[in-house]
Design a protein around this ligand. Structure first.
Ligand SMILES: [Zn+2]
Length: 279
């Protein structure tokens, strides 16, 4: 465990003394930890973990485990600080989306359950039409939720009523799901709209397509990796444009690189989006 602590010290370029000072843990505690005489109490270890922005599990050398947020449904590895950051972003996006779009079934498993139950009710012809209709609307809420998740809770997603109107015009949905009376009742309520010709995921038009949370995470990882290779100086001092890279210049270079990577993401999106020429 102390090895992980030492690894963190060298990675972040801090001394044990500094950690002791800022966490209120005595250097004596750290020393006896190093000598294997004594392991700091969990509260103290937590302070150290917080200091480095890693999880307690990570500090204790336990294998990382994925967790899923019960609210936003995001699955991530809490032992990676960048995953925690990504979750905060995703969680904030989820909160805004709930305000904008109403109830969202973010938990994929729960969503599938609700969908299956309600699909059954909606096809039960012994029940009154109104009840079947309500159940089908809940099925559509589930599909809508999956569509929002697939779009990283983008506020550019169409609202629920529009989504339903689009689905009611979507041949693949109509064929598989609905009896005539049910379809008519839903059309009376929501109308129909074009914009989705297949599937259940709404594709946000290109012009408003932005860099997703996942893209941001990928970019950050690429950036960190490239900058680390640069500062490793394995092949001599890092240089850019023929100039040796000072820390300030490296920072500028990082900013430029970040912009370039973001642009590249958007270009690739354009290139690989099969819907780009369809309207
Ligand atoms: Zn969350």
């Amino acid at each position: 465990m102390y090895e992980i602590f030492e690894q963190l010290l060298s990675e972040r370029g801090v001394t044990p003394y500094r950690v002791a000072k800022e966490t209120g843990i005595t250097t004596a505690t750290l020393t006896s930890w190093k000598q294997g005489k004594y392991t700091p109490k969990p509260e103290k270890l937590q302070k150290i973990a917080d200091y480095f922005h890693v999880s307690l599990d990570y500090l204790m050398g336990k294998n990382s485990s994925l967790t899923t947020c019960p609210d936003c449904g995001f699955t991530y590895d809490p032992s990676y600080p960048e995953d925690i950051e990504t979750h905060i972003e995703q969680h904030t996006a989820w909160e805004k989306a709930v305000k904008e779009f109403g109830e969202i079934y973010s938990d994929g498993v729960k969503c599938e359950q609700i969908k299956a139950e309600n699909r059954k009710i909606s096809h039960d012809l012994s029940l009154p039409l109104e009840e079947r209709c309500e159940a089908q609307i809940r099925v559509l809420r589930c599909l809508f939720s999956r569509s929002l998740v697939a779009n990283s809770y983008s506020l550019d997603h169409v609202p629920f009523d529009t989504y339903v109107a689009m689905m009611l015009n979507n041949p693949s949905y109509r064929k598989n799901n609905l009896e005539d009376d049910l379809l008519q009742a839903l059309i009376d309520k929501y109308g129909t709209a074009s914009g989705m010709n297949s599937g259940t995921i709404y594709h946000i038009p290109n012009k408003s397509k932005a860099i997703s949370t996942k893209d941001k995470r990928d970019i950050k990882r690429d950036l960190d990796r490239i900058m680390e290779q640069l500062s490793n100086q394995e092949y001599g001092p890092a240089a850019y444009d023929g100039e040796e890279l000072s820390p300030e210049a490296a920072e500028l270079f990082r900013d430029e690189l970040e912009i370039a990577l973001k642009r590249l993401k958007l270009i690739n999106k354009e290139k690989y989006n099969p819907h780009k020429n369809k309207k």
